[in-house]
Design a protein around this ligand. Structure first.
Ligand SMILES: Cc1cc2nc3c(=O)[nH]c(=O)nc-3n(C[C@H](O)[C@H](O)[C@H](O)COP(=O)(O)OP(=O)(O)OC[C@H]3O[C@@H](n4cnc5c(N)ncnc54)[C@H](O)[C@@H]3O)c2cc1C
Length: 292
């Protein structure tokens, strides 16, 4: 039985996830689906739910490690026009989940609207960033998001707004399966000051992170009051290699990949790091990246 009958135009079968992740790793997804509009998305989700087929929403794949075995089920990519548009009304921004963060930041800065500069250089989408409250040293997206529209696994759409909508360190309390849009409140600011901040954040990232490599950002969350990178460094793990996966010598919380690297190499290295940090400091490092 073809559970996606009538949707051939938007469904690819046995699709290599390596093409859809920043790591460039991972086996095939049974289905890669790119709906053109919300109605199609609802149909896809309802068919998955009715047929017990697992489904996952994919942003830019920049916080993701897909296993070599691939994804059993459907990866849904929100990349068509309806899912990538964004509009400013005064200081308010309404952005669809598939819109790219960096494009939005550039546009906001040009309009003299501040609030998103802290996210400069994060290669994600609005959906991916909101889901895990992306941010870092300079601030996070949760500070400016006022509400989101989401779709549950039955295809129902509803809105969640602050104070019910809660953001914490690298997490949100959004449990619905798909974030559709985010409403973000920005503030008028001096364009030159905004540009200066964007440059400062960018230079900080360039100096401290191996941005010119294949990676997925920080692998582990910072344990409360500590830096995961510093713990890994102090455990003497910079440069440690398993197969084609290497702990970055620039930032120990990044795992880089060399030619021929498999997802299994990254996963094995992750385990080694966790064991060593536990032995040395009695700290359990929790993953920041998602593993599918
Ligand atoms: C070079 C580099 C630097 C980075 N720097 C930072 C940083 O400074 N701070 C930081 O926080 N992160 C950083 N990251 C990690 C990553 O870019 C962010 O976590 C980003 O927000 C992920 O967005 P994405 O669209 O790529 O999501 P994906 O990686 O595609 O997905 C991540 C998670 O979000 C979910 N998701 C995505 N879209 C939706 C949606 N529409 N609805 C529901 N769930 C969704 C996915 O199912 C998955 O669970 C970095 C990554 C790289 C490669």
């Amino acid at each position: 039985m073809n559970i996606f009958a009538g949707l051939d135009k938007i469904v690819k079968q046995n699709c290599p996830m390596a093409d859809y992740t920043w790591y460039g790793l991972g086996g095939d997804a049974d289905y890669l689906i790119s709906p053109e509009n919300t109605d199609q998305l609802r149909t896809v989700i309802q068919r998955c739910s009715e047929n017990g087929l697992p489904f996952y929403v994919l942003g830019n794949g920049s916080n993701l490690l897909v296993r070599d075995q691939g994804v059993r089920g459907a990866a849904i990519k929100l990349q068509e026009d309806e899912f990538t548009k964004f509009d400013f009304t005064g200081c308010s921004l309404k952005a669809a989940a598939g819109a790219g963060l960096n494009k939005i930041i550039q546009d906001a800065v040009k309009r003299g609207l501040g609030g998103l500069e802290a996210l400069t250089g994060i290669p994600g989408t609005i959906g991916g960033a909101v889901k895990m409250n992306a941010g870092g040293h300079f601030g996070d997206i949760g500070t400016v998001v006022q509400s989101v529209t989401v779709m549950d696994k039955q295809g129902q759409i509803f809105e969640k707004e602050k104070p019910e909508l809660v953001f914490d360190y690298r997490q949100s309390n959004i449990t619905a399966r798909v974030i559709l849009t985010a409403n973000i409140e920005l503030a008028e600011a001096d364009k030159n000051e905004l540009l200066k901040t964007v440059k400062e954040v960018w230079i900080y990232k360039k100096n401290t992170q191996p941005l010119d490599t294949k990676n997925a950002g920080c692998i582990f969350k910072n344990p409360r009051g500590m830096s995961a990178g510093a713990l890994i460094d102090k455990a003497g793990l910079k440069g440690t290699q398993v197969g084609g996966a290497v702990v970055s010598s620039k930032h120990a919380n990044f795992i880089l990949t060399e030619k021929g690297c498999k997802s299994a190499d990254v996963l094995n290295l992750i385990e080694q790091i966790q064991q060593r940090v536990k032995e040395k400091f009695d700290v359990e490092l929790e993953l920041e990246i998602e593993v599918w």
